[in-house]
Design a protein around this ligand. Structure first.
Ligand code: ADQ
Length: 459
């Protein structure tokens, strides 16, 4: 059986018995355990010299291969082209795009460096699975080095519509790089359609009914593989947290009030500021909710080196201060804003304790927190998910969740009111609809379907 070679911007080496948190790490580690192989990527270290040596750690049937990034590459490739061009572009936030040619050159340079470092480790029948927008150009760089292996790519974030994609100065070149893959996977059908349109209008290449495109004699298949979670593991972790001191402190502090929870990275795509404003609107539209609920938002900082992220923390502190100043009482503060991260067990326990999971990104490839919230619930007395129509997860969960447009503050406030008052029978009914889908499309199904499709394209 062929080995699997996974390539992602960052890699996560498991230490001791602890598995690194996050859906991607869990899925990749399980796939590598099954097939054996290599996980290759950036070590997370920034060093002065470009072209650093590859550090190798072997554990069982898996090899972890890591390279450091030079300071200039970290700035221009990672903070620059990846997070100041591609991330805002794919999340429909063109106002945050800061494009320059030096950073585009750095993107190609780092993709080329990854390809050259990976090359000596490859065997002829390895299946190569590349992850996310940092490495759109990797297949093209590997092909230049005469690598003939099958190469698949999964995009974790949305793919933008043609009208937006074409605003990227180097859109044509980047698109033709993506077409060097054999298989490309998207989170939702919307992303797949957007990609087909970009290839059609940008490169004048049509696709057949099965989503196959042929460009310069090379066949690329594009399909949808919605990423899932390990439902059982989330549910068990959340249930076990019942005994944790943190959870007891949280429940005690609520004094029987209902808990609304949000858990996100501090990122403009997650719609945190509009979420805070919508919560404020809840008390304007439904003053009966005053003193009856508490909103807990956990949001640790991310990408602190990127300019567009500088203002978010201050804006959220101001908004939460304003809401508490406006509505709080001696013994009640409506909002608790925690600007730090927590261990996974504690997070899953918080999700289980909450009567409402509030997930309102302005754009999101999938949003695993929405799925984790559902899996963490007590089946006999579950909470309600209030979910943005603009999250990829809405494609699977729209029947069970209370669906809202995050830009319509009144609609989010109404959604919260509905969720806070929902009778138990309806909550159980909605939860069952969602958990059934989550079990079908779990993390195992995601990786098995992707790897099988890649293998088929090899045949
Ligand atoms: P992210 O943008 O990071 O991922 P998301 O899917 O919500 O977003 O979260 C990924 C993981 O991080 C989840 O397992 C979650 O529990 C954890 N996490 C989130 N906030 C946290 C916090 N405050 N503290 C600790 N852990 C936290 C990208 C895309 C998503 C897509 C995933 C997977 O942007 O749309 O769902 O990849 O494909």
């Amino acid at each position: 059986m062929s080995r699997l070679v996974v390539v992602s911007n960052r890699i996560a080496v498991p230490t001791g018995r602890r598995t690194p948190p996050g859906g991607l790490a869990v899925a990749v580690l399980a796939a590598l355990k099954e097939y054996g192989g290599i996980w290759f990527g950036w070590s997370g270290e920034v060093k002065g010299q470009p072209d650093a040596d590859v550090e190798i750690i072997s554990k069982g049937n898996t090899t972890y291969a890591m390279v450091d990034l030079a300071a200039q590459d970290h700035n221009d490739y990672y903070n620059g082209f990846c997070n100041s061009v591609l991330w805002p572009l794919c999340h429909y936030r063109p106002q945050y795009i800061e494009y320059n040619r030096a950073e585009w050159a750095a993107y190609k340079r780092v993709n080329d460096m990854f390809a050259r470092k990976l090359l000596p480790m490859l065997q002829p029948d390895d299946l190569i699975w590349v992850h996310d927008y940092h490495l759109f150009a990797l297949a093209q760089q590997l092909r230049k080095l005469k690598v003939r292996n099958r190469i698949g790519f999964f995009l974790h974030i949305p793919f933008p519509a043609w009208g937006l994609w074409r605003s990227l100065p180097c859109y044509k070149e980047l698109l033709s790089f993506i077409c060097e893959y054999d298989l490309i996977g998207f989170q939702t059908n919307d992303d797949l359609i957007a990609f087909h349109n970009c290839v059609k209008f940008g490169l004048e290449v049509d696709s057949d009914e099965e989503g196959t495109m042929v460009k310069d004699g090379h066949r690329l298949r594009a399909k949808v593989f919605p990423i899932g979670i390990d439902v059982k593991s989330v549910s068990t972790t959340a249930r076990q947290s019942r005994r944790s001191a943190t959870r007891k402190r949280l429940i005690g502090s609520l004094q029987r009030r209902k808990l609304i929870v949000g858990i996100d990275r501090l990122d403009y795509s997650k719609g945190l500021l509009t979420r805070f404003h919508a919560y404020e609107r809840l008390f304007e539209l439904y003053p009966n909710q005053l003193r009856k609920c508490v909103f807990l938002q956990v949001a640790p900082e991310s990408r602190k080196d990127v300019e567009a992220y500088h203002d978010i923390r201050r804006e959220l502190e101001e908004a939460s201060g304003h809401i508490n100043g406006r509505f709080a009482d001696f013994d009640w503060a409506p909002i608790r804003y925690l600007n730090r991260s927590f261990a996974r067990g504690i997070l899953m326990g918080i999700l289980r304790a909450a009567q409402v999971g509030l997930v309102t990104p302005l754009r999101d490839g999938m949003n695993l927190v929405a799925k984790e919230y559902v899996a963490a619930q007590n089946p006999r007395n579950p909470g309600v998910l209030v979910l943005s129509r603009l999250a990829g997860a809405s494609r699977e969960l729209s029947e069970g969740a209370v669906m809202v447009n995050p830009l319509d503050l009144d609609e989010v406030a109404e959604g919260l009111e509905t969720a806070l008052n929902m009778p138990r029978d309806e909550r159980v009914h909605r939860w069952r609809l969602m958990i059934k889908i989550l079990r079908q499309n779990d993390i195992r199904a995601w990786r098995v379907q992707f790897v099988n499709s890649l293998r088929e394209s090899a045949a």
